[in-house]
Design a protein around this ligand. Structure first.
Ligand SMILES: Nc1ncnc2c1ncn2[C@@H]1O[C@H](COP(=O)(O)OP(=O)(O)OP(=O)(O)O)[C@@H](O)[C@H]1O
Length: 318
């Protein structure tokens, strides 16, 4: 590459067109006794839509803060588009919607969005930003008069004020009603289709299942699982067995079934999770029972998530 090409590529970002968007290498962040992020290795590639899942305190927000340069790692390195988070942000390559941080209050929504556009090196026209974020109807409202869900939409408008290549969203749909949430994800999909990389932390597993092409499960600052939603479900390794029994149900006998990981009984219906559904079902017949309406299904992402994080907690506590 000639010097001129190298200089040009700094502006176009062409030098990292095929490089990672985000790279965490052996990153740790400690708060006192708490290892919020622990030896994290993670690479995000262009165009991915990635969901970050994890129970409360798993380190999701800390990981996003490190990614945005809002905190510095105690060990390891974080790079965004091959440079420091601060430089990538200054180049307008990153848009973020965070949980924390209040919005400026004594201004109208339009003025706040205009300010974000003024500050963005690759800003879209303000009217376009308002429309895409679904906030034209509240553009003339004072920011301090907004409901929680409206505030979230304004935060989204601020995160998409310009053509950022990476969009970071920390629990973006908290407080949004179902209709607004669906519209929000429609807009987000459109961003992903433009080739943007989207990373979002969420507690709504159905969102991760529906939206993300990659799901990362974080637990106590470490990655427990990383793959498509289907791969995460398969990794949990368990299946659900549901059937009805007539007459009184002997729960103690059922609890002795092989490969059982959970059991619940309500009325005549027995719900089981098993790591070997065939063997467990066989053993049900072995108890002399006649299960009716028997169904064996894979786990949903939510059950898979619980199975994976519970197994990790049990291992750590042993
Ligand atoms: N500023 C801080 N000072 C001390 N401890 C902190 C600080 N920020 C986070 N922690 C701790 O670090 C751990 C990770 O917190 P973090 O907020 O990153 O988790 P999270 O996965 O985003 O949780 P949630 O789902 O509840 O938002 C938690 O144990 C939390 O209490």
């Amino acid at each position: 590459m000639s010097n001129a090409q190298a200089r040009a590529s700094v502006h176009t970002g062409a030098e990292d067109a095929n490089g990672p968007v985000v790279s965490f290498r052996d990153v740790s962040k400690v708060y006192g006794q708490v290892k919020a992020v622990s030896g994290l290795n993670l690479t995000l590639r262009p165009g991915e839509t990635v969901a970050l899942l994890g129970p409360n305190g798993a380190g999701k927000s800390t990981a996003l803060d490190l990614l945005l340069g809002l905190r510095n790692p105690d060990a390891g390195t974080v790079e965004v588009f091959g440079t420091t988070p601060g430089r990538a942000i200054a180049q307008g390559r990153v848009g973020a919607m965070l949980q924390s941080g209040g919005l400026m209050e004594d201004v109208r929504v339009r003025e706040l969005v205009q300010l974000a556009c003024d500050l963005h090196p690759k800003a879209y026209p303000v009217q376009e930003v308002l429309e895409h974020a679904g906030v034209t109807d509240i553009a003339d409202r004072m920011v301090n008069k907004l409901s929680g869900g409206q505030e979230q939409r304004v935060r989204f408008a601020l995160a998409t004020a310009g053509a950022s290549d990476l969009i970071i969203l920390d629990e973006p749909t908290t407080g949004m009603d179902v209709t607004v949430r669906q519209a929000f994800w429609g807009t987000m999909r459109a961003q992903a289709e433009l080739g943007r990389t989207v990373l979002f932390a969420t507690h709504y597993l159905e969102e991760a299942d529906a939206i993300a092409d990659r799901v990362i499960v974080l637990h106590r600052g470490r990655i427990l699982a990383d793959g498509s939603a289907a791969e995460i479900k398969a990794k949990a390794g368990a299946r659900r067995v549901v059937f009805d029994l007539e007459g009184p149900i002997d729960e103690t006998a059922l609890r002795g079934l092989p490969f059982l990981t959970s059991l619940s009984v309500s009325g005549h219906t027995v719900r089981i999770q098993s790591t070997d559904a065939d063997a467990t079902t066989h053993a049900v017949y072995g108890l002399g029972l006649y299960p009716r309406n028997l169904e064996v299904t894979g786990l949903g992402l939510e059950q898979a998530f619980i199975a994976i994080t519970d197994a990790a907690s049990a291992e750590e506590n042993n």
